[in-house]
Design a binder for this molecule. Structure first.
Ligand code: SAM
Length: 252
């Protein structure tokens, strides 16, 4: 079971993980254990305040070190070897390989910031890694934590109905996923590619691989460089040459 602790002033936000989709299934089959800790419960003032004005002046508030320090202790009490990860726009940008490492690594305690962020001394003292979910700024770390939890949960054994689905996903093996179709065979005059209707499993497998290569070449060519670093056989070279020629034909 994956144990995830979250330090957040908005624990109620995480209820949607229990209520919907794949994360709900993960709870149902005990693949995920979520421990929510509210730093307000560790604030020593009457109003349970966890933020204060920034030293040096300026706009906004900063989350105080002390209640967060105690909240992290409380979260680690349930998972003593967990890594403490601060969700931050200044952290290392997360990708699918990073999600895989998190899903198969040690337990995690996510630390969610709010306001202008967290007192730097707390980060230096307690945080093992900082992770960003993209080069944009959210109002808090909660949605970032939920994005990561959902992406991790998809990779846990038994959570996906069909174990193979995650293997075909975009970014596995540095490829985008191939195109997908379902019924009807003809929709608004557009047919489904013939090979997919052929019942020839080898031909379908090959069509999907080529389609994934073509998509990647068109949309994320930089991924192909990573792919060819690990697969540079003749078959792959021929395929990539053909796809590059097709792309050039489309452009000219
Ligand atoms: N002043 C901070 C800065 O510019 O680096 C931004 C603070 S932001 C308004 C409040 C909190 O949202 C952060 O402490 C962090 O926990 C979270 N957050 C914002 N953007 C994020 C991102 N791209 N990835 C992960 N967490 C993010």
């Amino acid at each position: 079971m994956q144990h995830v602790g979250v330090v957040t002033i908005f624990p109620e936000m995480f209820q949607i993980l229990r209520d919907y989709g794949m994360t709900r299934r993960a709870f149902e089959i005990d693949a995920l254990d979520l421990d929510l800790v509210n730093p307000r419960d560790f604030a020593e003032n009457t109003y349970r305040r966890v933020d204060d004005r920034p030293y040096g002046g300026g706009p906004g508030m900063v989350m105080m070190a002390e209640p967060l320090d105690r909240a992290i202790d409380a979260a680690l009490a349930h998972a003593k070897d967990a890594r403490v990860i601060y969700l931050s726009p200044q952290g290392g940008r997360l990708d699918q390989a990073g999600i895989r490492r998190l899903a198969h690594g040690p337990d995690i305690v996510f630390l969610c910031g709010r306001y202008e962020g967290i007192d730097e001394r707390l980060i230096e003292a307690r945080v093992d890694a900082e992770i960003s979910i993209g080069d944009y700024v959210l109002a808090g770390g909660e949605l970032a934590a939920m994005v990561i939890i959902e992406a991790m949960v998809r990779l846990l054994p038994d959570v996906l109905g069909n174990d193979q689905s995650a293997e075909q996903d975009s970014f596995t093996d540095n490829l985008l996923d191939c195109r997908h179709y379902t019924r009807p065979e003809l929709w608004q005059g557009c047919p489904v590619p013939e090979t997919l209707l052929s019942g020839d499993h080898e031909a379908i497998k090959r069509w999907r691989f080529e389609d994934a290569l073509r998509r990647t070449a068109q949309r994320r060519p930089e991924l192909l460089e990573l792919l060819t670093a690990t697969r540079s056989d003749d078959e792959m070279r021929d395929l990539l040459r053909r796809i590059a020629e097709e792309c050039n034909d489309v452009e000219t």
